[in-house]
Ligand binder design. Structure first.
Ligand code: GLY
Length: 395
């Protein structure tokens, strides 16, 4: 009798939770699929490797069906090691840890590469997760060294970290909204060293970006160009979006995730509000599809006949699980994150054994340059697994 009462109570509770928070994805099944796919990937990597180009170490995408590997200097190099760390975090099995350590080691040299702002993506997603899970002091040293290198790109006159050195014919001092994601490495470096320099740079970058990168509706420009001498804004444009005035989907995702993460480290309510406003833009947009996996740009001209971007959806879902912890819109954010994961794990999932071991399909890298359109991308997989782990951690 007691057992029956307990069962009925559980069913009612699950029913209530489902109504309030939406249907939760089957995390065990999703990880089983991810692990099986990643085992395929680990077999595919040596086949795709090229003895004449030993620097190609990390899977990024499929190009005409072939696995594309990139060097550690590529902005996406840290995501596959990150996928391996997330599998280690879920399964606690030596094989995942060993694989994660091996692929993380390929990325470490980036700690001294001051030629790009992508240090956070490369080093924090690989070495950062490695340190979080193992407390290996070597990883700690790499994180600190990387933050030191990234800090050299900060200009006190602009108040921001310079994003790109390339395309000097287009921009003088370009800063992209994606750059918000690199601040996590700086906040962590201050936490690990007690040196507030990194924290101050991160806060300055976040504040300046908040002032210059957003429109009245809280959508963001992709690229803002600054005068490096005066800090004046020279122009606001795009690189991967449909137009200068459009809302590139992944850019909005970086903004939501970035300001949520800034709130985690600073507890500054302004950042929380900013993340909520960005979420408001994303979810109130009339072009957001019912399954909550956005088109590659909210203003893409042929919607609904435009490619989706599963990577943007994965970043948004992961960001929402965290934002939900801080915001009084908790239930709404959780429901939406659950809905995104449900969509990704059903409609966007790679069939078992396919796609050379990538986990998700249908991401878009750069539609304007007709590059990586409707393909798997390593960062979609990374943020998808991160979102699954965050969902699992939710009580
Ligand atoms: N950070 C580059 C991109 O989001 O495509």
């Amino acid at each position: 009798m007691r057992k029956l009462k307990y069962t009925i109570a559980s069913i009612i509770l699950i029913g209530l939770q489902t109504t309030v928070f939406g249907q939760k994805v089957n995390i065990k099944r999703a990880f089983k699929h991810a692990a099986a796919q990643t085992k395929v990937m680990l077999q595919e990597i040596p086949k795709a490797a090229n003895a004449a180009a030993p620097e190609l170490v990390s899977p990024r995408t499929l190009e005409n069906g072939a696995l594309k590997l990139v060097a550690s200097k590529d902005w996406t190099s840290g995501f596959f090691p990150g996928v391996l760390w997330y599998l280690d975090e879920y399964y606690h099995q030596e094989e995942w840890k060993a694989a994660a350590q091996k692929f993380t080691a390929y990325i470490e040299q980036e700690k001294n590469n001051g030629g790009t702002h992508d240090m956070g993506f490369k080093v924090y997603c690989s070495v950062g997760n490695g340190y979080r899970l193992t407390h290996d002091p070597h990883y700690k040293a790499v994180i600190i060294e990387s933050a030191k290198t990234l800090a050299t790109r900060f200009n006190p006159k602009t108040g921001v970290i310079l994003s790109w050195d390339h395309s000097r014919n287009k921009w003088v001092n370009p800063v992209i909204i994606d750059n918000m994601m690199n601040l996590e490495l700086l906040f962590e470096a201050t936490r690990l060293t007690g040196d507030s320099t990194y924290y101050q740079i991160a806060v300055s970058h976040a504040n300046t970006t908040m002032k210059n990168h957003f429109r009245e509706d809280f959508s963001s420009y992709h690229v803002v160009d600054y005068d490096p001498q005066t800090g004046a804004v020279l122009k606001k444009t795009t690189h991967q979006g449909y137009s200068n005035s459009s809302a590139w989907a992944r850019g909005q995702a970086w903004a939501l995730y970035g300001y949520t993460m800034c709130y985690r480290y600073t507890k500054n309510p302004v950042y929380l509000k900013q993340a909520e406003q960005v979420a408001g833009f994303i979810f109130n947009h009339p072009n957001m599809p019912k399954d909550l996996v956005p088109y590659w740009d909210f203003n893409a001209p042929q919607i609904p006949n435009e490619p989706r971007d599963a990577s943007a959806a994965a970043v948004i879902a992961s960001g929402l699980y965290e934002l939900g912890q801080y915001s009084d819109q908790h239930a709404d954010y959780l429901k939406k994150a659950n809905q995104i994961l449900k969509s990704l794990s059903t409609t966007y999932i790679a069939p078992a054994g396919s796609a050379k071991g990538f986990i998700l399909l249908q991401s878009t890298g750069s539609k304007p340059s007709d590059s990586e359109v409707d393909v798997p991308l390593s960062y979609a997989d990374y943020y998808y697994l991160e979102a699954l782990l965050r969902s699992k951690a939710m009580k």
